[in-house]
Design a protein around this ligand. Structure first.
Ligand code: FAD
Length: 393
């Protein structure tokens, strides 16, 4: 019969793979998508929810079109184990399911235990780094802030999901505070020694419109938090906040542990960039934030979408007994809002380099905004609409 590919995780990476395998094979490949959540909620644009500019419902979608238009079989369940040699997945509720090839796209999980006092306290100290109830909780906390209050946001050491995300969040929350919470402050505590993306552009916002609100403190290594007093102990500092938003250190989604191979730095899945197959495990592919990023490559929804297409194209070739494209090329565009209307972007191109055996940024390709603009704000909205249609419609 037709080959069967199972995709685990219906986020930016997995949903795109499932759709493109069905579309490109014109139905010749059977595709099952296994996702534990009944609905997709987008992290991109979720910082706008924190500023009261969007509603979480606008970021929410279901998987119906993948089923009805593209013929993807949708299974709402959690994968608990991957049996590599028997080519079988075990599900929490629905038994086992076999595959010819599998694509794992589980995203990230958090390492709360790396910050003393954080584990078990995400209700008091929300991360809002997976969109959903956490986003709404953090929004309510921001709304309840007193005048003259302090919002503290901690950025973990790179690599983490969405390098510009924390700085975009700082700008959008600062704009809300300026309008609604007189004399409030935003402490941006960064474990890294500098802004991790679009540095000069974000720095211009921090020093310009948000000069009196945002205080940026690099090299802020976080040691512990106290959920009762909402205080944080840093290597050289101690702060107290009215809202404490810690973006926790992160790793590949825990499903990666089921592969029975060591993760790079104990955190990320290493892949062969020509096929997105896990190194040492032919037939087992991995994409998205869970993957050890190539040099200069961000963990973004756009890159997850590109890796999804790379994996789908390679699977088509491998199933047909052909050699996949030996020089895959990916691109990334990340928009960030600096206020309710104006946005900035960075774009990069990444191509396979056979001598180094990895994907490298292409010199001279890509680009960066010269300044924030309303025009780019409109592009950012269009980007979000288009990529969602590309994956789910
Ligand atoms: P996800 O989209 O997280 O999908 C993983 C899915 O796998 C989830 O649905 C999860 O439920 C499911 N899953 C996990 N384990 C299992 C299991 N065992 N069984 C079944 N299902 C499972 N990126 C951009 O490109 N542009 C942006 O503007 C942007 N803004 C962002 C803003 C914020 C605040 C944040 C937090 C992120 C932003 N990102 C942005 C990054 C983007 O959200 C991620 O890079 C992207 O979601 C990664 O896709 P993924 O498929 O790897 O993971």
């Amino acid at each position: 019969g037709a080959p069967h590919v199972v995709v685990v995780g219906g986020g930016y990476g997995g949903a795109t793979t499932a759709k493109y395998l069905r579309m490109w094979s014109a139905g010749g490949i059977e595709v099952t998508l296994i996702e534990r959540a009944a609905r997709f909620i987008s992290c991109p644009m979720s910082n706008l929810v924190l500023a009261g500019l969007r509603n979480i419902d606008e970021l929410t979608a279901d998987y119906e079109r993948l089923r009805t238009r593209w013929g993807v079989r949708i299974v709402l369940d959690e994968v608990s184990h991957v049996d590599v040699s028997r080519r079988e997945l075990r599900l929490a509720r629905n038994g086992a399911i076999g595959f010819d090839r599998v694509v794992l796209a589980p995203g990230v999980d958090f390492l709360a235990e790396e910050v003393t006092g954080l584990a078990g306290n995400f209700e008091r100290i929300p991360h809002a780094w997976k969109a959903g109830p956490q986003t709404e909780l953090l929004r309510r906390q921001i709304e309840a802030m007193p005048e003259g209050g302090v919002f503290a946001l901690h950025v973990p050491k790179s690599p983490y999901r969405c390098p510009p995300g924390p700085y975009e969040r700082a700008c959008l929350v600062a704009q809300y505070l300026r309008a609604r919470k007189p004399r409030a402050k935003l402490l941006l505590l960064d474990a890294n020694s500098e802004i991790q993306s679009k540095k000069a552009l974000f720095a211009a916002s921090f020093a310009g419109p948000y000069k009196d609100i945002i205080e940026y403190r690099p090299d802020s290594t976080l040691l512990s938090v106290d959920a009762r007093t909402l205080s944080a102990e840093l290597e050289f500092d101690r702060i107290r906040a009215d809202v404490l938003n810690i973006v926790p250190p992160m790793r590949a989604g825990r499903l990666a542990d089921a592969l029975g191979i060591p993760l790079t730095n104990g955190r990320w899945i290493d892949v062969d960039w020509r096929t997105m197959e896990v190194r040492g495990l032919p037939g087992i592919h991995a994409i998205g934030d869970a993957v050890l990023a190539a040099p200069g490559m961000p963990k973004s929804g756009h890159i997850a979408n590109q890796q999804a297409k790379l994996a789908a194209a390679a699977i088509m070739e491998l199933l047909a007994g052909r050699t996949p494209n030996p020089v895959p090329t990916l691109l990334n565009t990340c928009y960030s809002f600096v206020d309710d209307r104006n946005a900035i972007h960075v774009a990069t191109v990444h191509r396979y380099d056979a001598t180094q055996g990895t994907v490298l940024p292409v010199a001279g390709a890509g680009g960066l905004s010269s300044a924030a603009s309303e025009e780019e704000g409109r592009y950012a909205e269009a980007w979000a609409r288009n990529i969602r249609a590309d994956m789910l419609a």
